[in-house]
Write a protein of this length. Structure first.
Length: 134
């Protein structure tokens, strides 16, 4: 939903408008509580409702899907709504496990499951990009 809502700008001055639009939208999904997020959505609707009614309608229509995310701390929500962190971890795990070849039994040894995470933790890449290490 975020990618679509922040990429709907074109024409003259589109970059400035998109940055302002996305900054206002960030106040919605980065709010500390659901009540603050609803207030930010109302403010967003006041500012952008006439020029981007579909974006506001999309957020209103999908609010029941968005509201469970406010139960999580902001650090967890950031990982959930950006999926880049999850995709990055999956890529690193696949790369490390692929080099192991095959496992002689159907269940891999426990140290093979956790060693990729330890390797990622040691090289510090996850820490630099995403803060805390899983």
């Amino acid at each position: 939903m975020l990618r679509n809502d922040c990429s709907s700008h074109g024409g003259t001055g589109a970059q400035v408008e998109r940055n302002t639009h996305c900054a206002d939208l960030k106040r919605v999904y980065r709010a500390d509580t659901e009540d603050l997020a609803l207030q930010a959505l109302d403010d967003f609707e006041t500012a952008w409702g006439k020029s981007h009614p579909a974006v506001v309608a999309s957020w209103r229509r999908n609010w029941e899907r968005v509201r469970p995310f406010f139960a999580f701390p902001i650090e967890v929500r950031r990982i959930l709504y950006t999926t880049n962190a999850i995709e990055s971890l999956n890529y690193q795990l696949r790369k490390i496990i692929k080099s192991k070849g095959h496992f002689p039994v159907t269940k891999p040894p426990p140290n093979c499951s956790f060693s990729p995470c330890a390797t990622l933790r040691r090289n510090g890449r996850w820490l630099r990009k995403h803060g805390r290490v899983p």
